[in-house]
Design a binder for this molecule. Structure first.
Ligand code: PAF
Length: 281
């Protein structure tokens, strides 16, 4: 596995692959890699001849007072895991490589509506940070396919919309959420949970499953949302939102919708967890 931190060697490798007629798969990450990330790498390897992975904790997607400094960074373990997983290239740029200007003066990509609701409302500027860094990474790596986890359902929707609106020549592939045995969605931020919080954390996924069953039984979305919020509070969470939306565009559900998604974000102690469940009616 080749490891590069600058744009020139990255572009040289991409050009060499292209010259050799190789298709390129890409997995952008913020590191602190777990089995969920490695599943994305495996998917990329199935879909392309060579696989590039980036590790960059993107300051633009963290708001003031968020966990940018505390975000777990495990570069040596990440490198070993990617080697084992069969990645061909690891791109580890410093902030100055990704953002040569001061952050405030950097050109940005904003995806209105989809990027303003739910996570975007709780974390203003978050999706502009995500869309901007992903656009820049896609321009640098020029992959045929880029793979993202469905755990960040809204992020995937925002990226698909950006790629469609900007006519970027890349296929965006979603990969099913990878869960621990007790249902907790894998996330680098799970490392923040105390032992007691870790035991309580799977209640978030259980509340999604309960809500999904209630929707399939014909219960009204608003009622289901209200009950789930109360359940989460009783289980010690501080919910940010628990919302039933159309799976296709995250708009509020209407009569006759065949596929919904329930999206939830809640704090457990200092850890903010997000998860979702797609529900076919
Ligand atoms: O999902 C993530 O890890 C990040 O939001 C991403 C897509 C790598 C952009 O920084």
């Amino acid at each position: 596995m080749k490891v590069v931190s600058d744009i020139k060697p990255l572009r040289d490798q991409v050009a060499a692959w292209r010259a050799g007629g190789r298709s390129i798969g890409f997995v952008p990450t913020m590191g602190s890699l777990h089995a969920g990330h490695l599943a994305l790498v495996t998917r990329a390897r199935e879909m392309a001849d060579v696989t590039a992975v980036s590790i960059f904790v993107n300051p633009m997607q963290f708001g003031p007072g968020e966990d940018y400094d505390a975000y777990p960074r495990t570069p040596d373990a990440d490198r070993d895991r990617l080697l084992q997983a069969g990645a061909d290239l690891l791109f580890t740029p410093a902030a100055g490589v990704m953002y040569p200007r001061e952050l405030e003066r950097q050109t940005r990509v904003t995806v209105p509506e989809l990027g303003d609701m739910l996570e975007g409302e709780s974390r203003p500027g978050f999706f502009t940070g995500v869309a901007t860094v992903v656009a820049r990474l896609l321009n640098l790596v020029q992959p045929d396919v880029a793979v993202f986890g469905e755990k960040d359902y809204q992020q995937l929707a925002v990226i698909r919309r950006m790629v469609e609106d900007l006519q970027m020549p890349v296929r965006i592939e979603g990969h099913a959420t990878v869960r621990e045995d007790d249902g907790l969605a894998m996330s680098s931020r799970n490392a923040y949970l105390s032992a007691e919080e870790r035991r309580a954390a799977p209640a978030l996924y259980r509340s999604l499953q309960g809500a999904g069953a209630a929707l399939r039984a014909g219960r009204a979305a608003a009622e289901v949302e209200g009950e789930a919020l109360a359940e989460l509070c009783a289980a010690g969470f501080e919910p940010d939102y628990f919302c039933v939306r159309r799976a296709s565009d995250l708009s509020p559900p209407g009569k006759g919708d065949g596929q919904l998604v329930i999206l939830a974000a809640a704090r457990l102690g200092r850890t903010r967890l997000i998860d979702n469940l797609v529900v076919r009616l």
